[in-house]
Write a protein that binds this ligand. Structure first.
Ligand code: PHE
Ligand code: NA
Length: 444
């Protein structure tokens, strides 16, 4: 059977944007920025997105498009008989880690959506408000697992429906809707009393934060996570792209779109954080408490909440399918499994791994694998701050050092001109050096 392909280049763009824009922009961005001092973090994050993220995104997609295979197979095909393919395992491994916790958080989003549909969340719950309601929900055993299972099922269904009919079609609807809603919310959040404090937290860098070594790893990890980089999600999506579709514009478009969503959600969240006296470093629950509080203040806020959690769930779904696709594509080739079989088995394993993540907010909250981090934070830390940058490093080294210069330029549709040389220099020298330095400094 012939390998699947995107219907159009726009379809690819939307799918890649769908992969990039997700919980990372709203949920993860806001609590990581909140933990790392706001403005200085945002600045560093932007530097990494433009200097490392977008050039690497181009490299990653080009590997897939050139090889037309999954994240491990691509290395085997382009560098036969070498150990390069081993670095592809970083990607498959991070896919398992990331989707296991991603599906738990996406399950929370579905739960909120449900309570907006029924109208329960139009007003803050009587006891303990949204904070109490959220805490009461995530500490339970069965309820969160139910929502996470539902989310994983939807992800699997889209992935086994195929690249074009499933993934491409879904993304065409989700993205524009999410953009509209976030813009409207930003307007409301800015009108709250005390919104200036939130804005200055986000946009006025406290330079002293830059002396904290951990902020560099965190900003790099956030750039990789948010851009879907280093795992092979974009490599795999690139492998369904034919050679006549030009890459550079697409890479820049995907990067800009993702950054736009991150900055806008910062503008939505932080004014509200300060207006409602919530601690900006309250971690993963942050958006699940601030956002409903904003909606409650709005005229027709219940409807806005409903639409928002609908869009957030869709954004999560369009990212989750790209994560599931990484091991699915690998197992389809390796074991000659059908798409259905591969996606169901991989998705089920991820769901089971996710059970520990969910219980980590309740009966297993005493389990802290890395430092003070609970199970979700530990898995997230290993995947986002270690495995994704390592996967990205190997892609940069592969394109910069294993390919000849003319092969590399041709792979990304650049000529031997100024832009081409700047990109090549970044990928070959600056990117690996920066990733390695940040890495070593975080270990020390
Ligand atoms: N980029 C997605 C988000 O921001 C998450 C993701 C990470 C998707 C890695 C694919 C690969 O939500
Ligand atoms: Na993102």
């Amino acid at each position: 059977m012939a390998r699947e392909q995107w219907g159009t280049k726009l379809g690819f763009m939307l799918a890649a944007m769908g992969s990039a824009v997700g919980l990372g922009n709203i949920w993860r961005f806001s609590f990581v920025a909140g933990n790392n001092g706001g403005g200085a973090f945002l600045l560093l994050y932007l530097v990494f997105v433009f200097l490392i993220g977008i050039p690497l995104l181009l490299a990653e997609v080009s590997i897939g498009r050139k090889a037309k295979s999954d994240v491990i197979g691509s290395y085997q095909k382009l560098a036969p008989g070498t150990p390069w393919f081993l670095t592809g395992f970083f990607g498959v491994f991070s896919a398992f880690l990331i989707l296991s916790f991603y599906a738990v958080v996406a399950g929370w989003s579905l739960y909120y959506l449900f309570h907006y549909v029924t109208g329960d969340f139009f007003q803050a719950p009587a006891e303990g408000g949204y904070e109490g309601a959220f805490g009461g929900f995530i500490t339970q055993e069965w309820q969160p697992l139910f929502w996470s299972a539902l989310f994983m099922t939807m992800t699997i269904v889209i992935v086994f429906s195929g690249v074009k009919k499933g993934i491409e079609t879904a993304n065409k609807v989700f993205m524009p809707l999410l953009a509209l809603l976030l813009l409207a919310l930003a307007g409301v959040s800015l009108s709250l009393d005390g919104s200036m404090e939130g804005l200055s937290f986000l946009f006025r860098p406290d330079w002293s934060a830059l002396t904290q070594p951990s902020i560099y790893v965190q900003a790099l990890g956030q750039a990789f996570f948010s851009l879907s980089l280093g795992m092979g999600a974009l490599l795999t999506y690139g492998s369904y792209l034919s050679d006549d579709k030009r890459l550079p514009g697409a890479a820049v478009g995907i990067g800009l779109m993702d950054t736009f969503f991150a900055v806008i959600s910062g503008i939505v969240i932080f004014p509200a954080v300060f207006a409602f006296n919530i601690d900006p470093s309250s971690g993963p629950p942050l958006v699940f408490i601030t956002l409903p509080s904003i909606f409650e203040q709005m005229p027709l806020g219940g409807i806005a909440g409903l639409l928002f959690f609908f869009a957030l769930s869709l954004a999560a779904l369009s990212s989750a399918i790209s994560i599931l696709e990484v091991p699915t594509a690998y197992f389809m080739r390796l074991f000659r499994w059908s798409r259905t079989k591969a996606s169901v088995i991989v998705g089920a394993i991820m769901f089971f791994l996710g059970i520990s993540v969910s219980l980590g907010f309740g009966i297993w909250s005493g389990i802290t694998p890395i430092g003070e981090r609970n199970i979700l934070d530990s898995m997230d830390y290993i995947a986002s701050n270690i495995l994704l940058p390592l996967g990205g490093l190997s892609m940069a080294l592969f394109v910069g050092w294993y390919f000849t210069k003319s092969t590399a330029l041709k792979a990304v549709d650049f000529g031997d001109n100024v832009i081409g040389n700047v990109w090549y220099g970044l990928v070959k020298y600056l990117l690996p050096v920066m990733i390695i330095i940040i890495f070593i400094s975080s270990i020390l």
